[in-house]
Design a protein around this ligand. Structure first.
Ligand SMILES: Nc1ncnc2c1ncn2[C@@H]1O[C@H](COP(=O)(O)OP(=O)(O)OP(=O)(O)O)[C@@H](O)[C@H]1O
Length: 275
């Protein structure tokens, strides 16, 4: 009896709220249909990876979620509220974005760029507070960019710039962080480091992470759920075991490969044949 109650409490805690709801998301560039009737329910505090071949619509989907591309009424809801009814400031506290190709603004130092993450919390012309500065310093140390703080961002390598942009979204403290191939410019050390940091903010602060990842092994390691896009439709959305299957990977990526078990983590490990 006691165990039953305990289990029910545990189940209740695990029943997470829906933070993003996509209802029949569609998108066309000209006459070409890019996204076709996409329905997705993303729970708060989950790490969601979006995988799929080049051109399958991953970036387009992120841009819909971020209102960078036109959305229709009630096509996308955040916390049960239509995305279109959020003010810009409210939305900046809800969602932040690390784009595929980081911006380069020659007039700003690294520290300035990370400080931009605090803009939604500042009134017009208001100076940053000690708290804002502390948050910026902490996220810069976390992402390993504190030592570059006085450099201009044009003076950074691609991977260093990527980490600065990630520091900026962490400073923004939004409920959802969208990232488009966030580790593509990073060496293996920082690939793991950045995904570990994202995983930690997910766990500690219940932040929802939605990341486009090409590396299936990284997706397996860090995701709670995976969205597999193929030609503008959701081929599969679910737990790792449901999505990373021989049948689906072969169908979508058209390659030969093995799925092994990682000797240390016990998780699935994806190994292409390279032929
Ligand atoms: N501005 C645009 N105008 C017209 N077509 C576009 C535009 N941007 C993207 N597309 C097309 O939309 C489709 C989906 O592109 P998208 O960038 O969403 O794919 P993706 O899955 O993110 O690809 P990748 O893995 O290569 O980054 C592609 O066929 C692409 O050519």
């Amino acid at each position: 009896m006691k165990n039953n109650i305990k289990n029910n409490i545990k189940k209740e805690k695990n029943r997470k709220e829906s933070i993003i709801e996509g209802n029949n998301i569609n998108f066309k560039y000209g006459d070409t249909e890019i996204l076709k009737n996409i329905n997705l329910d993303i729970k708060e505090g989950n790490f969601i990876s979006i995988i799929g071949p080049n051109g399958s619509g991953k970036t387009t989907l992120l841009k819909k979620f971020l209102k960078i591309l036109n959305v229709k009424k009630n096509e996308i809801l955040y916390l049960n509220k239509d995305l279109l009814s959020y003010s810009n400031i409210e939305f900046a506290k809800m969602a932040s974005y690390v784009p595929q190709f980081g911006e380069q603004n020659i007039f700003f130092s690294v520290e300035d760029v990370v400080m931009f993450g605090r803009n939604p919390y500042l009134k017009r012309f208001q100076e940053e507070s000690i708290d804002d500065k502390k948050i910026v310093e902490d996220v810069m140390k976390l992402t390993g960019v504190w030592e570059f703080r006085d450099k201009y961002i044009t003076e950074l390598s691609g991977g260093e710039l990527q980490r600065v942009i990630i520091a900026r979204v962490l400073a923004q403290e939004s409920k959802v962080i969208f990232l488009d191939e966030p580790i593509s410019h990073l060496d293996i050390h920082y690939q793991i480091e950045i995904l570990k940091i994202l995983n930690k903010v997910k766990k500690d602060k219940s932040i929802t992470i939605v990341a486009v990842l090409h590396d299936l092994n990284m997706a397996i390691e860090y995701s709670d759920k995976i969205v597999m896009l193929n030609n503008g439709i959701v081929e599969k959305y679910g737990d790792i075991d449901e999505v990373i299957t021989k049948e689906l990977i072969k169908k979508v990526y058209k390659i030969n490969f093995e799925i092994l078990t990682h000797p240390k983590t016990g998780k699935k490990y994806f190994l292409p044949d390279y032929k």
